[in-house]
Design a protein around this ligand. Sequence first.
Ligand code: 6PG
Length: 238
Amino acid sequence: MSSPQINTYSDPARVAEAAAVFFAYLLPWQEKVTVALSGGSTPMLLFQHLYADYRDRLDWSKVHFFWGDERCVPPDHPESNYGVAEQLLLHHPGIPPANIHRIRGEADPVAEAKRYAEELKEAVPLVNGVPAFDLLLLGMGDDGHTASIFPDQLSLLTTPEWCAVAHHPVSGQARITLTGQVLNNAHRVAFLVTGAGKAGRVREVLMQEGDWRQFPAAHVRPTHGQLYWFLDDAAAGL
Ligand code: 6PG
């Protein structure tokens, strides 16, 4: 695995702008681009920026959208990762509905994990027999979780399953998450992390200090792809 490329920017808005360029640059060179979105609040700025500044500049019909994880709530629930992305970006008329491969948070979690794995098998090109996204966006919680792989569920990093049911360690909320095997099979993995509150964890993960082995984000090391970290100065501890 190659070393992560770490980029820092003055503030979250600049992180979003840089990530948008990174996303846009994929499109001219491929007929189909598979992108897995992360949830949480950090990517919201990216979605807003993509809609505002790239709405009419890209061939959006090339892009197929997936998710790295989803909360087990209906799509119109405020906590739905799909719902947030749809409101901010995916309602774009240039994105064919067939290109939006949402995880059905309203479904039975065990059945949906199985179904989504089948959808990935059909919709995402395989490398070494595993779906390989062109771009996988990830965030990191201040506990070092990523997607919905939490420190108390590290087995999801090594399970042979591509999708699994997880549970938020505090709220108990059921989640569907991609597992380590898929996360680490992407061609490009980009963490977007902002805010001073994450600076300590970012350092532990990137420098492999302290209890870094217990943090799922530290185990995202693409087997054949490239890893990127887009940080604002605060998350970089600058
Ligand atoms: C989710 C995300 C999760 C998120 C981190 C960071 O569904 O919540 O996939 O992994 O990326 O919790 O979230 P923030 O960007 O809100 O800090």
